[in-house]
Every structure is written in structure tokens, then in C-alpha cells.
Design a protein around this ligand. Structure first.
Ligand code: PEP
Ligand code: MN
Length: 631
């Protein structure tokens, strides 16, 4: 039952009401993310709506229409994010778990772990208890295997996902494991579900071989009803009449699950297909369908694997899959972060060092593209603050009020954002990273508004420009410019007027706002490049791009002399742009982006040569290039 509380109810009265509902044997949760104050209650002794409506402070009682309650979106409208150490499943960054089917030896397991971590996996999978179809097949190494998994975590920092097959293993799971997997064959083993519900660790609940989505969600409900709401669903293929593949991957489950429940969903393309060559195509499709991540079997010597060798990827195939996901993810509003775990380390408070976690600033209001860029680059755990201009972002980093700032520098359709190019020249700050967002514009309005009612639309001039074709079909609309897309959405949210709409993304959900029309930008290949600025704090991860600013003398061939250095060293120039120097009319600075880590020891001679051939030279930094359409 959902209880909508009256506007006048005080905090104390709410607490009293919650206490009373709990004493009647209900699980009570305050629902976050909506303007109204709402309580969700579930319990065996839940009564009729009229009973709750008679309680003081309760305005309305709405029954949850589904048989599963705690897992339903009605109960918890915002998506749940499950934390496993520094990893957040269901957030803005994809989570890929990889490793062998079963733990077979310390040496092989460790080698696989090193490889999958290098290629972007953030959690390690491996079974120590293997539920096999045949009693004569390898049954797993048991506790010995769990010890090896613990060593993997110790050495690589990867959290461990492993299967629990009986309630008797609960203590072992508590001791060794980060995520407890419930396998497909055990999805309806209710005693086991109750047991993992009580363990309190995150649970990866695989879909049963012949389970409907509703049965699967009812199994998740068992775990939540025991007080553990950290459940990650995993679609791993179902049994159909089709025998070519081991199972039939039901990718429809991804958007269906997203609609029905707040729990995150990942996909297992390995068990779904059973065929190595089919794993990557289905892994790519799963991410395109909106999954929060993948669990993939990888083995260094699959021919010798004691289980599921034929479906295990070689490490180099896993590397390729990750590269492809890196490109696909921005299209569906997510990112693959190769520096996920190392970055989290840097942001943490350190004894003797920074006492607070490192702060990140952006310009604009919550819900803006800059906000989303921060979430995608740093995750949702990092403290974020917003400023009202790009200059203030640079100031905050300059004055050590923030460790990092995120600013847009270029849009793939409309070009450079010159204000930030000038600030990069003026300030003594470095570029530490880059993130590329797909800019998808939506027409946002009040949740009860219809597009036919709209008369006035607010947005940033660039957004109007990018939605020209759509707006041409609505010539009567009054277009009003705003500071940025986030402020435009905020403004109409405050006005509450159904005749007013805003163009923006609305990807960071804003309570009370609805998408009236999705994807209204004329060209869907619309990307904005943001850079992460810092005083001099390098970020971990691969570095394959460098940025610099320089000027050359006013002589024939002076610019060519610098370009010759790039040609002679086979360096790809990704971007070159000239900007006027403000105090010297008709004199220019060149902004150059190169596909190389020019700060690396072996490339120092290139840097020296450049400094030699330029009048002014400013190195902006080396970093990992953000996902592009054509990497
Ligand atoms: C596994 O993950 O190795 C496994 C046995 O999976 P499933 O339960 O999906 O068959
Ligand atoms: Mn397996």
C-alpha cells in the first residue's frame, strides 16, 4: 500500500505514524524522490485502504497493484543503486563482472583476474560451489576456492561475486564474498532466498531457466522481505524450443524489468548463448537495450577449463568487447570507465592527507548536462557542487575549494565553447580527463501536461538551434532563452504551468516533470566533450591524448615547423584551432589536441622540440580520451 501524506504533517507525526504501522507488522519505507511525502507499507497484515485513510496525516491510500511489492517501481519510483565497495550497480557507469566459470587453481584464477581488471572489469566472478547438471562433473573447489577468490580481491582490488548453493554456506559467504550469486537453478529455492535475505550482502539473482519475469520478481521479493534490499537481477537466458544456443537470451526482459522494478539489471551473455562467438554480440545488444552491466565468463585457457570452456572468452576477446561497450555506452547515456577503481581511491579522504572526500564542481543546475558529465566521470558517491558560471568553476579549482571541475569545451555540431578555451589559457590548471556525452534533447513539461497545451518553451539558444526541425513544426510556440537547459527545466518546474515546457535532457530525473516528446534534436549524432580540470592532480588510467596551447613567431613556415614535429613522430592531430590573443589584435594562439601521451618519459624529446619551435607554450595535460563515435 502507498500512503500519500497530507502537506501539513510534521516530522514527529510522520515518525509516530511509521512507528504505529511497524507495530502492526508492516515493513515501512519513506519513498524518496517525489515532492509529496509518501510512505510505502508492506506486510502480511496489510489492511484495506479505507483503514489507512482514516489515520491522522494520511491523505490517500493507493494499493500496490502488483503481487511483488517491495521490488515494484510503485513502491520505489527512483532506480536503486547497489553499492559493492566502490562499485555502484545501477548508476551512470556500466559495471562489468568477469572471470572464469569456476575457480580451478590459484595461478589461473589470478592470471584471469589481472587480465579482466586491465580491460575494465570492476568485479570478479568465479564459482567455488558449482551446481552441475551431472553429478560426475566438476563440483567446484569449495572453501579452498573461496580463499583463492579472497586473494584475488586482495591483490587486484576486484570485489568477488560467487554462487551460494545452500543455506549452510552462509557463514562462508559472510567471510569471503562481496556479492552472493543465486544461480538459475536455485531461483525458486525459497529457503536459500530467505537465507541470503538475512546475510545482508548484495545478491545477484539470476533468472530461472523456465521462470517468468513475475516469478523472478517474486523471488527477489523474498530477499527484500527479509530486510535485504541490495538485489541485482541477472537475465541469463531462458529455455525455449530453440536448441542452437544453450538458452534463448530474453533481452526484452531488460526494458520490462526497468519498467516494473527499481532494481538494477545486468545480463549474462555467456550462459545465455553457450557459444563463445555469440557472447560479444549479445553483450553489446544487452548494453544497447539499457542493461546496467554484464557478467561474462573469461578464461586464459578455455580448452582446459573444467566448466563452461566453450562459452568463455579469451582475454583479448574480452578486451575487444569492452572497447565496443566503451563506444556504445554514451549512446544510451552511460560510460565505461577504465579507471573506475583507481579513481575511487584518489577521491577518498586520506589519513594525514585530505580529510574530506575530494569535491567536484560544475556549472549549471542539478539535472544539467554538466551535472550528468560529473556523475558519469566520477560516479554518484563523490561530493558535487554547482556554480553559476564556467569562471566560477575555474575559480573553485584554482582556490582549492574543489579538487576537480567539469566544463564543456566542444559540441560535435556547434563547435567550441570559447569561454572555456580562454579560461584554460588564463589559469594555471591542467586537464586530467575527458568525458563525452551524447546530447539528447527532450521536450519536458509538467507530468500532467500534454504537448497540445504548450504555448511557451524555455531553453538555451544552442538547444533551440539543435532542435530547429522539430520547432519548425510548432511555429506558434514562444521561444524564451534561458541560461542553460537545466535552469529552463527548473523554471517550469517552479511555475507548475502546463502551458510552459522546456528543452533539456531530463536524464537525471526531476520530480514532477515528464518527457512530453523524446529525442527532438535534429541530428542524433550530437555529442558534447567535457574536460575535467584540476590543479595538478593526475587521474589514474590509460593516457592516450594530450592538449596544449602555443603561439609561433610571425614568420613564413613557423606553424608548419611545429606540425612537422607531429608528422615526423607519426602523431595524429585530433584537433587544431586558433583563438585570438585578447591583448594583441591579429595574433593567435593555437589549441592542439594530440593522440599521444606526450608527457611520457619516452616522448619528452618531442615536448622539448615543440617548446623550442614556439614563442609561447603551455602544456594542458595528458589524459584518457573519452568515448568517441570512431575510437
Ligand atoms: C554460473 O554463473 O556459472 C552459473 C552456473 O550460472 P547459471 O546459474 O545462470 O546457470
Ligand atoms: Mn558457468
Amino acid at each position: 500500500m502507498i500512503l500519500v501524506l497530507g502537506k501539513g504533517i510534521t516530522k514527529e507525526e510522520t515518525e509516530k505514524l511509521k512507528e504505529m504501522l511497524r507495530s502492526e507488522g508492516n515493513i515501512v519505507k519513506e519513498i524518496a524522490g517525489v515532492e509529496e511525502r509518501v510512505l510505502g507499507i508492506v506486510g502480511k497484515s496489510c489492511k484495506e485502504g479505507s483503514y489507512y485513510e482514516s489515520l491522522p496525516g494520511v491523505e490517500r491510500a493507493v494499493p500496490i497493484s502488483k503481487p511483488y511489492k517491495l521490488v515494484s517501481r510503485e513502491f520505489h519510483p527512483a532506480g536503486s543503486v547497489i553499492k559493492v565497495g566502490d562499485v555502484a550497480i545501477g548508476g551512470d557507469r556500466l559495471v562489468v563482472m568477469a572471470g572464469p566459470c569456476g575457480v580451478e587453481s590459484r595461478k589461473t584464477t589470478m592470471e584471469i583476474a589481472r587480465q579482466v581488471r586491465r580491460h575494465g572489469a570492476v568485479l570478479f566472478r568465479g564459482g567455488a560451489f558449482k551446481p552441475r547438471t551431472s553429478p560426475y562433473a566438476f563440483q567446484g573447489m569449495g572453501e579452498e576456492g573461496l580463499k583463492i577468490l579472497s586473494e584475488v580481491r586482495e591483490e587486484t582490488g576486484l570485489g568477488i561475486v560467487t554462487e551460494m548453493t545452500s543455506p549452510g554456506q552462509a557463514d562462508l559467504m559472510m567471510k569471503y564474498v562481496d556479492v552472493v550469486q543465486i544461480g538459475a537453478r536455485n531461483m525458486q529455492n525459497f529457503e536459500l532466498l530467505k537465507s541470503v535475505g538475512r546475510i545482508g550482502k548484495p545478491v545477484l539473482l539470476k533468472r530461472g531457466l523456465c521462470a517468468t519475469i513475475e516469478e523472478w520478481l517474486m523471488s527477489a521479493e523474498y530477499i527484500l522481505s527479509e530486510g535485504n534490499d541490495q538485489v541485482i537481477l541477472c537475465e541469463r537466458g531462458i529455455r525455449t524450443f530453440e536448441r542452437y544456443t544453450r538458452n534463448t537470451l530474453d533481452l526484452t526482459a531488460v526494458p520490462v524489468i526497468k519498467k516494473l522494478t527499481h532494481l538494477p539489471i545486468i545480463v549474462d551473455p555467456s550462459h545465455a548463448t553457450g557459444i563463445r562467438a555469440k557472447v560479444s554480440p549479445m553483450g553489446r545488444a544487452a548494453i544497447a537495450a539499457g542493461a546496467d552491466g554484464l557478467i561474462v565468463e573469461v578464461h586464459t585457457e578455455p580448452d582446459k577449463a573444467l566448466s563452461d570452456g566453450p562459452q568463455s572468452l579469451y582475454p583479448h576477446q574480452f578486451e575487444q568487447l569492452m572497447r565496443e561497450l566503451y563506444v556504445i555506452a554514451p549512446v544510451v547515456g552511460k560510460q565505461v570507465d577504465y579507471a573506475y577503481l583507481d579513481k575511487a581511491e584518489i577521491m577518498k579522504p586520506r589519513p594525514g592527507g585530505n580529510k574530506a572526500p575530494a569535491k567536484v564542481v560544475y556549472s549549471g543546475v542539478p539535472g544539467s548536462f554538466s551535472h550528468k558529465a560529473c556523475l558519469q566521470f566520477f560516479g554518484s558517491e563523490v561530493p558535487l557542487d554547482n556554480c553559476s558560471s564556467f569562471k566560477e568553476v575555474f575559480d573553485a579549482v584554482d582556490n582549492e575549494q574543489a579538487a576537480f571541475g567539469v566544463v564543456p569545451v566542444e559540441n560535435s555540431l556547434t563547435g567550441s565553447i570559447h569561454e572555456n578555451y580562454d579560461l584554460l589559457l588564463d589559469r594555471d590548471l591542467k586537464i586530467a580527463g575527458e568525458v563525452i556525452l551524447r546530447i539528447k534533447h527532450n521536450l519536458m513539461g509538467q507530468s500532467d501536461a500534454r504537448i497540445e497545451d504548450v504555448e511557451r518553451v524555455y531553453s538555451h539558444p544552442q538547444a533551440f538551434q539543435q532542435c530547429r526541425e522539430f520547432l519548425a513544426n510548432h511555429p506558434k510556440w514562444d521561444l524564451v532563452t534561458d541560461k542553460d537547459t537545466g535552469s529552463a527545466i527548473q523554471r517550469i518546474k517552479e511555475s507548475g504551468n502546463p502551458k510552459e515546457a522546456a528543452i533539456g535532457e531530463g536524464a537525471v530525473p526531476i520530480a514532477g516533470m515528464a518527457v512530453l516528446k523524446e529525442g527532438i534534436e535534429s541530428n542524433p549524432r550530437n555529442f558534447t566533450r567535457f574536460v575535467v580540470i584540476s590543479r595538478n592532480q593526475p587521474l589514474p588510467g590509460p593516457k592516450n591524448k594530450s592538449s596544449m596551447i602555443y603561439s609561433v613567431s610571425d614568420k613564413p613556415g613557423a606553424l608548419f615547423e611545429t606540425l612537422r614535429i607531429f608528422a615526423a613522430n607519426s602523431i595524429n592531430i585530433v584537433k587544431i584551432e586558433s583563438r585570438p590573443i585578447h591583448s594583441r589584435p591579429w595574433v593567435y594562439m593555437f589549441y592542439v589536441d594530440l593522440e599521444i601521451d606526450i608527457a611520457e618519459e619516452g616522448n619528452k624529446h618531442i615536448l622539448d622540440e615543440l617548446v623550442d619551435k614556439t614563442e609561447f607554450f603551455k602544456f594542458l595535460g595528458s589524459y584518457n580520451k573519452g568515448a568517441q563515435e570512431n575510437p
